[in-house]
Design a protein around this ligand. Structure first.
Ligand code: M6R
Length: 369
């Protein structure tokens, strides 16, 4: 049932192009119009929502962090993303005009379930993004958008994450469509590129051998740091989470702009630092800033592992290891940038002799608070 792979995780990483394509299937037509009628959330609710709150845990929370950038940029509706386990304990401000989005692969995560119950008690409407048909979270929500990743067996979430991102992008774009948001050519081309993004995920998978080799060479390290900016920041957090749960290594993700506010003190000779570089097109200011971050950490001896868009020559002189990813619209980059980090963590875990599919102390779905 592992389809010839040694681990479910490897199989699930390889299934990502299909999972992404399946999650998009039938939801964007040739003219770029989104149809999410299956969600069955009244258009009036979507039109009148004045705030969006996303709740989730772990990897799903990272998808939610990325969704915030997309929702606010494309729809201009204020959006916040919160850890489900923190949400109800701080007495959040919610009402009938708040749309809560609960993201969960399993649909059984207790923290997320309690957060959505709390939201509904306050009168908010809840849309679930979920991978498991008929599970508790969609059953208790007002509406659901299913991701079509297929069953995810490995404890470490991979294909579910990519499909959660796709679902979040779809929801963001659909909200804009229903509300009649005036979009320029940028969003029109994002919709087109999103509908074809599976091919780019496939391209990344085909170029992963150097990443595996690099991972094996780092098997005796104690710490790896991850840096990113904008949507690359949650990607950095996700890379660090994967490494913690699979390789049992100390790993931390930071927003690159925070380096100088403390974390740069951690940099020492030969410390591996993975940097997720935003596209030099689009928000080029961020790109330039991160290039100077890479220079700074390298000057202090860090071993830089740079994930950057193909053709980004500016990073090359400062990259001890360069992982090139295909060009995508800025907000969609996490769909391709996360894949090398999954492969990296999986290979490091294997090199360290860890059980990849069932990491110690972890369960696939966390049904206690
Ligand atoms: O089933 P859920 O998406 O609600 O699970 C949330 C987290 O428990 C989950 O993403 C966890 O962080 C994974 N082990 C990450 O790989």
């Amino acid at each position: 049932e592992k389809g010839g792979y040694d681990y479910f995780m490897l199989k699930e990483i390889a299934e990502q192009p299909k999972a992404v394509a399946d999650t998009l299937l039938g939801r964007i037509d040739a003219a770029g119009t989104l149809s999410l009628d299956e969600v069955r959330i009244p258009a009036s609710v979507l039109r009148e929502a004045d705030k969006i709150v996303i709740v989730a845990c772990g990897t799903a929370y990272h998808a939610g962090m990325i969704a915030k950038y997309a929702i606010e940029h494309w729809t201009r509706i204020p959006c916040e993303t919160e850890l489900a386990s923190e949400f109800r304990y701080r007495d959040p401000i919610l009402d009938q005009r708040t749309l809560v989005i609960a993201i969960s692969q399993s649909g059984e995560t207790m923290d997320t379930l309690m957060a959505l119950r709390h939201a509904r008690e306050q009168g908010a409407k809840v849309l679930a993004i979920c991978n498991t048909n008929g599970s508790t979270i969609p059953r208790e929500s007002d509406a659901v958008l299913y991701t079509h990743a297929g069953p995810e067996v490995a404890v470490a979430s991979t294909k579910a994450f990519l499909t959660q991102l796709v679902a979040c992008y779809l929801v963001a774009l659909y909200l804009g469509q229903v509300r009649g948001t005036k979009w320029g050519d940028e969003v029109v081309s994002v919709i087109r590129e999103l509908s074809q993004i599976a091919g780019q995920v496939e391209e990344v998978l085909e170029t992963m051998e150097p990443v595996r080799e690099l991972a094996r060479s780092l098997a005796d390290k104690n710490t790896v740091l991850f840096l990113g900016r904008h949507v690359g920041y949650p990607v950095a957090l996700e890379g660090a989470l994967k490494l913690k749960e699979l390789a049992y290594m100390h790993a931390e993700g930071f927003a690159a702009g925070e380096l100088k506010h403390g974390p740069i003190a951690l940099i020492e000779e030969d410390l591996p630092v993975v940097v997720v570089v935003p596209s030099p097109r689009g928000r080029s200011v961020l790109h330039d800033k991160i290039v100077s971050n890479i220079q700074e950490i390298r000057a202090r001896g860090a071993r830089t592992i740079v994930i950057a868009e193909r053709g980004d020559e500016a990073v090359r002189p400062y990259a001890d290891h360069l992982v090139e990813i295909p060009r995508t619209p800025v907000l969609l980059q996490p769909l391709v940038a996360t894949v090398p980090l999954q492969v990296f963590a999986c290979e490091l875990a294997t090199a360290r002799g860890n059980e990849v599919d069932q990491p110690r102390n972890l369960a696939k779905s966390v049904t206690v608070e």
